[in-house]
Ligand binder design. Structure first.
Ligand code: SF4
Length: 351
């Protein structure tokens, strides 16, 4: 008689092997896994750890200081995604600078910032370009648009990051990764498939309950088999090669560079900066920003949280000094931040 196939949930709930550590790299996954109650069905020997896939969380303190310097010393109008405004810098956040008179405007898209610059030719407008391969093409498009329009009062401050070398830097932090499907929609499944030869394993994961459970069940099954593995569990969106148009846009406007990740330090060739052809739109070059070594609050353990070395509950100020209303570190600010997720869904750990 044919044996009944197990459902993804049965595979997860029924796992009774050695301890497995699986890292959900993406902040959206962290929140969805909490929201959908996936953690509630995990056996004790499966640990889900949250990785550095929240763009606001990995943006270093020094970047916030650079943006504040541009606003306060050069009188620039800073345009940015809303989350970044509340991230603490060494002395204050952009919200703090705005309270002191600096001009900081939230925008929905980088091209909104270009439109603002076009409408206000007497103002120097700087867009804070953060994020991974998902958001970088839009920043590149904004720069191209500004160049085509001949705008002289628009530039971007880059902290764009790419994921592949971050996976290399995180090798050993977990037994396998749940790769962020929206990043792979741009980079393609092949970018992660190639990591198998380097001993880095994982599956590309979508964002619905079914997709997350399937990705987890596949990861557990493959880890039990004990062989190298990769699987694209989000094929309705992610192709092997990814978005040719998105990759071409990035390639045309930006080039790889070393860059600092909050908590992870400098990861070689994991960042993107503007190519020389677009140097006029590079705020660092345009305004000669001095080198800034940001200082984070010594109580904050964002760096360890982002590497899966501890949970937010291990941070002494979690839910006490540090809350979404009064964040001490970046991981409590963003909707995608791990500390914000724990605060929303697991506040019972606060003593
Ligand atoms: S709870 Fe706050 S201070 Fe602690 S690690 Fe998270 S963001 Fe940093």
């Amino acid at each position: 008689m044919e044996q009944k196939r197990k459902t993804a949930r049965e595979i997860i709930e029924g796992y009774d092997g050695p301890k497995l550590r699986i890292m959900e790299v993406c902040g959206t996954h962290t929140h969805e896994i909490f929201r959908l109650g996936v953690r509630n069905i995990l056996p004790e020997n499966i640990e889900l750890i949250s990785g550095p896939g929240c763009p606001v969380c990995v943006t270093p303190v020094g970047f916030i200081d650079e943006a504040i310097w541009l606003a306060e010393e050069k009188g620039c109008v800073i345009t940015t995604f809303g989350d970044l405004i509340r991230v603490p810098g060494s002395e204050k956040s952009l919200a703090g600078a705005r309270a002191g008179g600096a001009r900081v405007n939230p925008v929905y898209t980088p091209t909104d910032a270009v439109a603002y610059a076009e409408e206000h030719p007497d103002e120097e407008v700087v867009f804070l370009a953060v994020g991974f391969e998902t958001t970088t093409p839009a920043s590149c498009m904004a720069v191209k648009q500004a160049k085509e329009k001949g705008l002289k009062n628009f530039s971007i401050l880059t902290a764009n990051k790419t994921m592949t070398n971050a996976y290399r830097a995180l090798k050993g932090s977990a037994d396998a990764f749940l790769y962020p499907g929206h990043v792979n929609a741009i980079t393609g499944a092949d970018s992660c498939a190639a990591l198998v030869d380097e001993g880095i394993y994982g599956v590309v994961c979508g964002f619905t309950a079914k997709e997350i459970l399937t990705a987890l069940a596949v990861t557990i099954t493959r880890l039990q088999e004990g062989k190298p593995f990769f699987m694209n569990c989000y094929p309705r969106v992610v192709t092997d090669e990814g978005s040719t148009a998105g990759k071409r846009m990035i390639e045309e406007v930006m080039e790889p560079c070393d860059t600092e990740w909050r908590g992870l330090g400098v990861i070689p060739q994991s960042g993107l900066r503007l190519r020389d052809e677009y140097a006029a739109y590079d705020a660092r070059k345009k305004f000669g920003i001095p080198e800034m070594k940001g200082r984070s609050n010594p109580a904050c353990r964002c760096g360890d949280v982002l590497q899966g070395k501890c949970t937010p509950a291990d941070c002494k100020v979690f839910g006490k000094g540090c809350t979404p209303l009064h964040p001490i570190g970046a991981c409590m600010v963003s909707d995608e931040g791990t500390c914000a997720a724990w605060y929303a869904y697991k506040r019972d750990v606060i003593e």
